[in-house]
Design a binder for this molecule. Structure first.
Ligand code: FES
Length: 314
């Protein structure tokens, strides 16, 4: 995934805690394509790597627009992006990549909770251009004031497409009427809190799994289950690195001075992908396909299946 320096060309608060940032090439060049649902990984001014979904339509080739939920109790990435950037700031940003692909389908049900609207909004715009009659969006937030893109999505033009639900006003949303009847013609796309995604997962147990899609930045617990120690060899130097039971392969690489990009730390964004050169991996990520697992490994969550593996940069 090649990085480039992009300029913050616009910045505005969508709500008291959600900030929209527009990124453009300083020379005005087109950016690598961003399919609906794609995200970028960027380096925050404080030096962390974070992933953010792109929210503007894929047809806009000259900008990436992200919306960042400033979380003062988080790990500091969102606070740095919101507080430490201004118009003109340059950020190191990856090309857009996607683990939340919009497949061709007769109909779509989009379910967004809170900041989960960001990839869903790019999907909605794409589908409005192509298949307006075949898409519905259910967008759940606590209040209108906390709703990103409230004015746009509550516009009368979208009355037949968007259902906005504010739980502080109307109570807990009941998604069952939307999901009770499994429909082979409909694909469901959901992004939001873990609780919302768990609920949609539970309510769609009777659907075909291939028709239900989640953008899950919460990911997996890297050290969950059994985590035995193993040896990780970094091919470029040949250095064997001991990975302790309570440590991730990524942390062990960092401890040994290997700088390799990462973002979610939970096996979901695809940023930390390395080549698997030798040995068998115990794959714990949610990104790689079965075929990719033969050649790649995500060191933020995955480990050696035996005593050792050798990895290399892409
Ligand atoms: S850092 Fe996101 S998959 Fe590893």
């Amino acid at each position: 995934m090649s990085d480039r320096r992009l300029r913050v060309s616009a910045k505005r608060m969508l709500t008291s805690s959600i900030c929209e940032i527009e990124l453009r090439d300083p020379a005005g060049s087109a950016l690598p394509p961003h399919p609906p649902g794609a995200h970028v990984s960027l380096e925050t001014p404080a030096g962390q790597r974070r992933s953010y979904s792109i929210t503007n339509p894929a047809s806009e080739t000259d900008r990436y627009v992200i919306a960042v939920h400033r979380q003062p109790d988080g790990r500091g990435g969102s606070v740095s992006v919101v507080d430490d950037t201004e118009i003109g700031s340059l950020l190191t940003v990856s090309a857009a990549t996607s683990t939340f692909d919009l497949v061709e389908a007769p109909r779509y049900l989009l379910v967004a909770g809170g900041i989960g609207i960001t990839p869903i909004r790019s999907m909605l715009h794409h589908l409005l251009e192509q298949a307006r009659a075949r898409v519905r969006l259910v967008y759940l937030t606590r209040t209108r004031e906390e709703t990103a893109y409230a004015e746009e999505l509550a516009h009368p033009d979208l009355m037949d497409v968007v259902v906005l639900h504010h739980s502080a006003v109307s109570g807990r949303a009941d998604l069952w009427p939307w999901l009770a009847e499994p429909d082979d013609q409909t694909h469901v796309y959901c992004c939001g809190s873990t609780a919302l995604m768990d609920e949609v997962r539970a309510l769609t147990m009777h659907w075909r799994p291939s028709h239900i899609h989640f953008e899950d930045f919460a990911g997996v617990d890297a050290l969950g289950g059994t985590s035995a120690p193993f040896t990780l060899t970094w091919e470029p130097t040949g250095e064997p690195i001991g990975v302790a039971a309570g440590e991730t392969a990524l942390d062990a690489l960092r401890r040994s001075g290997v700088r390799t990009p990462s973002s979610c730390g939970s096996g979901t964004c695809g940023t930390c992908r390395l080549r698997l050169v030798a040995g068998q991996a115990e794959h714990r990520d949610l990104v790689l396909t079965a075929q990719e697992r033969e050649s790649f490994v995500m060191p933020c969550v995955s480990r050696a299946a035996g005593e050792a593996i050798t990895v290399a940069p892409l």
